[in-house]
Write a protein that binds this ligand. Structure first.
Ligand SMILES: Cc1cc2nc3c(=O)[nH]c(=O)nc-3n(C[C@H](O)[C@H](O)[C@H](O)COP(=O)(O)O)c2cc1C
Length: 352
């Protein structure tokens, strides 16, 4: 039997299905409310938002839905050790930016306002708080657990990270398999690996993490239907997180450019690249994703550098220079309403 997640009273979702936090638009309030109404747990992504915008998003969700919800915080690493690599990437991208009528942005470092966002959360009652990009300190884990009553969850991509997060005192782990769309959650972006670390397939990661940690495990990466969810639960997961499966639902805030590229099968597959943001992320293998296999490890510097280019390309309906995050299951994305999709997957997985 998989260990149970121990939510605060009244905050447990009916189903062990969480919507993955998807920063940058897809996780709209409408999507999170629909996931909550269907019995799942919607995760509010704090990434890229100011603390005030994050607070406003929580207020909006609480006004739209009585269901429990969770939140996800970015923990960016230190400033890049490779400013020369960033300068070279900027030089390589400048002509493409000019073609789109914009200049590249300032490649600045910032900490995603993590302290201010933690302070925002302390005024709320999330069911869960999860992290991307680093292992939270024991101090931060304790502060959030005591201050909010949330289940505190780290994202691990390898068994070694699962062990490290367990030692830091978290309550559960999201295991992000190699298949997952979006940024890799690896604690440190290791240049020796194109994916920032070893890319461990989900089922193998579940086995390895179970040997490394007694905590409840949530499975993420490539889960698109009930059969996949059932397989993850049977392999020891206490719950699952769906990202790409929800990207093309009508409630998602996914841009039309992103949605159409997935649904129209515009590109042949997915790839992991640092080219857009300076952190390895899986997305559709469009020209920009493929062009810079040696892009520097520099997040969020490269994110800020390429932002105007990506925004201009999206506005111009040119998907070739937009980050089109998607997991390996992207071909199975549907346009079903989110509540129908959650209900169908729960039914297929024998959960409802
Ligand atoms: C568009 C998109 C945005 C994402 N943004 C975040 C994020 O803000 N924080 C985070 O922890 N993970 C983020 N992820 C990764 C997801 O949490 C999750 O690991 C992934 O979606 C699971 O794989 P799947 O997309 O194949 O379901 C994102 C994924 C996608 C597709």
């Amino acid at each position: 039997m998989a260990p149970e997640l121990r939510f605060a009273p009244g905050r447990a979702p009916r189903l062990p299905i969480w919507s993955a936090p998807m920063a940058g638009g897809p996780s709209s309030t409408a999507l999170l409310a629909a996931v909550g109404a269907a019995g799942g747990l919607g995760l509010v992504p704090a990434g890229y938002l100011s603390a005030d915008a994050f607070a406003a998003k929580l207020d909006e969700l609480e006004a739209a839905s009585d269901a429990p919800w969770g939140a996800n915080l970015f923990l960016p690493g230190p400033p890049t050790a490779d400013p020369e690599g960033v300068a070279a990437h900027a030089a390589a991208l400048a002509p493409l930016a000019a073609e789109h009528g914009v200049e590249l942005g300032e490649p600045r470092w910032e900490d995603d306002a993590i302290d201010a966002k933690v302070a925002v959360l302390l005024g709320h009652e999330p069911a869960a708080v999860t992290f991307a990009f680093a292992c939270p300190s024991s101090e931060l884990v304790g502060r959030l657990r005591e201050g909010t009553g949330a289940v505190v969850v780290a994202t691990a991509t390898t068994p070694a990270e699962a062990a490290e997060a367990t030692a830091a005192g978290v309550d559960a782990l999201v295991l992000q398999g190699a298949e997952a769309g979006g940024h890799r959650g690896a604690f440190v972006d290791d240049r020796a690996f194109p994916g920032g670390g070893e890319l461990v397939p989900l089922l193998e990661l579940l086995r390895g993490a179970r040997a490394a940690s007694p905590l409840p495990l949530l499975a993420a990466g490539g889960l698109m239907d009930g059969a996949g969810v059932r397989q993850a639960l049977d392999a020891g997961a206490s719950g699952v997180q769906l990202g790409t499966a929800l990207l093309c639902t009508p409630e998602a805030g996914t841009s039309d450019t992103h949605r159409r590229a997935i649904l129209d099968r515009r590109y042949a597959g997915t790839t992991v690249t640092r080219g857009f943001t300076g952190r390895p992320a899986r997305g559709l293998a469009n020209p920009l994703a493929l062009a810079y296999p040696d892009a520097p490890s520099a997040y969020p510097e490269v994110h800020h550098l390429t932002r105007p280019l990506r925004a201009a390309a999206a506005a111009q309906g040119d998907p070739d220079a937009v980050h089109l995050w998607a997991g390996e299951g992207w071909r199975d994305a549907t346009e079903e309403p989110a509540a129908d999709l959650i209900a169908r997957i729960a039914r297929e997985a024998g959960l409802a």
